[in-house]
Write a protein that binds this ligand. Structure first.
Ligand SMILES: *Cc1c(COP(=O)(O)O)cnc(C)c1O
Length: 372
């Protein structure tokens, strides 16, 4: 089956007791034992496992092409479970440009707890190779990067990981469907389902997907139930509904973003556009190899005139909403330096957009009038 069909049907079965086509939300925290002590459906207590969560996990595993998935209460909880599955003394190589919450999790929690972490530029493969030590157990990649949409070569990073006897984990939050890291050799994929998979800016969640059964995967699964950072059944249901339209939404996000990026690239007040779907992007060749059928809906652009000019654009948009996050049906716009502070990665002129599912011409007209 093709991905659109998988997304509609995975984790969905007509309810055998009622004939309901949409799956029920199973709120029960506890499940009855048979007289002999066994459990009818294999469920005993909802922290350990829950039917609505299981359905979501099946759906996410299916669309990512993995054998299993574990759902969490947030994207960061999913990432934390991966690091918690390591042992004190283990060494992790992580991107210097990782999602800020991932960097903070590693620095403020994992390092004090005993992990060793090297932050490197993952787009520089020689630097990645040089960072490997005898203790390296995990290479973490995130691509496209935030906020400059740099591209990490997933096949190469997976190869470096495997040569070192380590696992390769890819945070695929920014490009589900269009980018399939497990096919590039990654062992695990992490998602913040808060973003594209949920898709409607109304649910917080996360997931880890496994390419194959492994000891590391078993420890992550154990951490889910034992650490307990699980999503509620209702949140699972919302994310499961999001999965059904994900392939079509990703196609539309990608088409819209390419049109907006193309418009911006030709605008005299725009210095530079960071979008991996533009042939002028420095990693366009790698992006075209590992992103198929679209380049997702995230882009950044650099306005001439720095902070004042950029803030004037975000102040004057009418259709875009000034808000952080990404992946919803509505377009969002953000002056990143106001949130994260100025840095070489986040110059004052940089504006980040999550391109939604409005008509692309309306989005272009909106930015055009804001730039004017
Ligand atoms: C948002 C995000 C996360 C964290 O997800 P939460 O659901 O907010 O915990 C992790 N990685 C990336 C790339 C993200 O964009």
């Amino acid at each position: 089956m093709r991905i659109e069909t998988v997304a509609v049907h995975a984790g969905h079965a007509v309810d055998p007791t009622t004939g309901a086509v949409a799956p029920p939300i199973q709120l029960s925290t506890t499940f009855e034992r048979n007289p002999d002590g066994s459990y009818r459906g294999g469920y005993s207590y909802s922290r350990s496992d829950n039917p609505t969560r299981r359905a979501l996990e099946q759906a996410i595993a299916a669309v990512e092409g993995g054998v299993d998935a574990a759902a969490f209460g947030s994207g960061i909880a999913a990432s934390a479970a991966v690091f918690q599955a390591l042992r004190p003394g283990d060494h992790v190589i992580a991107p210097a440009e990782a999602y800020h919450g991932t960097g903070k999790l590693l620095r403020d929690i994992c390092v004090p707890w005993g992990l060793q972490v090297a932050f490197v530029d993952m787009t520089d493969l020689a630097a990645v190779r040089a960072a490997v030590t005898r203790e390296t157990k995990l290479l973490w990649a995130e691509t496209p990067s935030n906020p400059q949409l740099k591209i990490t070569d997933l096949a190469e990073v997976s190869r470096i990981a495997h040569d070192a006897g380590a696992a390769c984990v890819v945070d695929n939050t920014w490009a589900p469907i269009v980018q399939r890291p497990l096919e590039q050799g990654a062992d695990l994929v992490v998602h913040s389902t808060t973003k594209y998979i949920g898709g409607h800016s109304d649910v917080t969640g996360g997931a880890v997907v496994a390419r194959e059964q492994s000891e590391l995967w078993q420890r992550i699964r154990m951490t889910q139930g034992t650490g307990g950072a699980i999503p509620s059944p209702f949140d699972c249901w919302l994310v499961l509904r999001g999965v059904q339209t994900l392939p079509w939404r990703m196609r539309a996000h990608s088409e819209n973003a390419l049109q907006v990026a193309t418009f911006l690239a030709a605008h005299p007040k725009v210095e530079r556009v960071d979008y991996p779907g533009l042939p002028t992007h420095p990693n366009y060749a790698v992006a075209s190899e590992q992103m198929r059928g679209g380049f997702s809906g995230m882009l950044s652009f650099h306005v001439r005139g720095g902070r004042e000019a950029a803030l004037a654009v975000t102040a004057n948009v009418r259709i875009f909403t000034r808000a952080t996050s990404l992946g919803g049906v509505e377009s969002l716009i953000e002056h990143r330096a106001s949130i994260t502070g100025e840095s070489p990665l986040t110059p004052q002129g940089l504006i980040r957009c999550s391109i939604g599912l409005e008509h692309p011409q309306d989005l272009i007209d909106d930015i055009a009038q804001a730039l004017a």
